[in-house]
Write a protein that binds this ligand. Structure first.
Ligand SMILES: C[S@@+](CC[C@H](N)C(=O)[O-])C[C@H]1O[C@@H](n2cnc3c(N)ncnc32)[C@H](O)[C@@H]1O
Length: 368
């Protein structure tokens, strides 16, 4: 569970140890005032929260991710005056670490299912991550199994975030050892002002294409994104991203995929239940940080989220709250291992928090 999704708890109790309308032609649907630079900076900052939460879960043994540390800058000690080690990564609360673990594991399971169920097509498979930020999943995937070949991973985020990621991949040997230096991809539509860059691994055929793009200006045809083909089985992923967009923009983006990608799956992770006491507190704490999640008002429940995907054109849809995933998907032995990592006294609080986040997935072909 990423920190931006839980500022309610962090601001209530402190973390342990320290520490948007889609428009074409410049219009901004769903917002009367249009995007402001400071609001965008706040939303971009949620990626840092997510990266720190990931590293906290890794350092405590919840997750294995050799790449997480490269995306978190060491914080300088107080009165820092030169080179030298920074402060240790802030540790998140045990319930936050468990949330990050459960959400990450569940999305990994769904992605592996997509990859194994589309393996026999013999076609390249595409994963398109909306608001990918500094997520490390692509690197974990490309190094986790020999079978993972011919995967075209696309990440979309604001230019400032993509540029940071691109620089890191170019300069960190552990990252550029997996993928070659980036090649700029030509933009098929001359009026697009962004340049996508593709990192490739010639041995496996895997590629990572980074698209610097404000999703509020997403093209009406996704296949105009450089390197993206509507002929390949494709999984669209939004891990706490579409919730920051105006609802009409978010649904336009989803339907632009369902209308032209015949073999499509979608995985969304978002908060729900804004109307109860916990939800109201969550919203007011987000607002205090200048963060709004407009889709939360429209898709308030698990059922609303499922309906959203059915209305967008998916044939089959399922959902589970993070709480349900912990109970139903994590095996007993693994639950014991995770329980043993940190003392978690706040069981009720965990259930409350984990019940307010949902993973919804849908597909339009095959058996999902
Ligand atoms: C909470 S972070 C999640 C990052 C990543 N998906 C993860 O789970 O680790 C939300 C991400 O969505 C991106 N985002 C939000 N609105 C966006 C927009 N209009 N265009 C592009 N990216 C956006 C932010 O920049 C940020 O990287």
């Amino acid at each position: 569970m990423s920190a931006p999704s839980i500022p309610n708890l962090l601001s209530l109790r402190g973390s342990r140890g320290g520490s948007r309308g889609r428009g074409r032609g410049g219009s901004h649907r769903g917002s009367s005032s249009g995007p402001s630079a400071s609001h965008d900076t706040t939303i971009q900052g949620t990626d840092t929260d997510a990266a720190v939460s990931r590293l906290s879960a890794v350092e405590l043994g919840y997750l294995i991710d050799p790449f997480a540390s490269y995306f978190v800058a060491p914080s300088p000690p107080p009165f820092y005056s030169g080179p030298g080690p920074g402060l240790p990564t802030p540790r998140r609360l045990p319930i936050i670490n468990r949330g990050t673990y459960t959400r990450t594991t569940a999305i990994d399971i769904l992605i592996h299912h997509f990859l194994s169920s589309t393996f026999s097509t013999g076609k390249p498979r595409q994963i398109v991550s909306l608001g990918a930020g500094t997520d490390t999943r692509c690197f974990r995937l490309f190094t986790s199994s020999q079978k993972h070949q011919n995967i075209h991973y696309h990440e979309i985020d604001f230019p400032v975030i993509i540029s940071k990621k691109n620089t890191l991949i170019r300069t960190v040997p552990a990252l550029n050892g997996i993928l070659s230096p980036p090649m700029p991809l030509p933009n098929p539509a001359t009026n697009q002002s962004y340049v996508s860059k593709q990192h490739a691994n010639p041995k496996t055929g895997n590629t990572l294409t980074l698209h610097p793009l404000d999703l509020r200006f997403f093209p009406s045809s996704p296949s105009s994104l450089p390197g993206l083909s509507q002929e390949c089985p494709t999984l669209l992923l939004s891990e706490c991203c579409l919730c920051y967009l105006p609802p009409s923009t978010a649904s336009d983006i989803i339907t632009s995929f369902t209308s032209c990608f015949p073999s499509l799956g979608l995985v969304i992770y978002e908060p729900i239940l804004p109307g109860d006491a916990f939800g109201r507190m969550m919203i007011s704490n987000l607002a205090a940080r200048g963060v709004t999640m407009p889709t939360l008002a429209v898709y308030q429940t698990q059922e609303d989220q499922e309906r959203r995907l059915l209305e967008a054109g998916f044939r089959e849809v399922r959902s589970r709250t993070v709480d349900q995933i912990w109970e139903e998907w994590v095996g007993e032995g693994e639950r014991e291992r995770v329980d043993g990592l940190e003392r978690l006294d706040e069981v009720e609080e965990w259930k409350l928090l984990a019940g307010h986040y949902v993973i919804v997935w849908g597909w339009n072909e095959g058996e999902g």
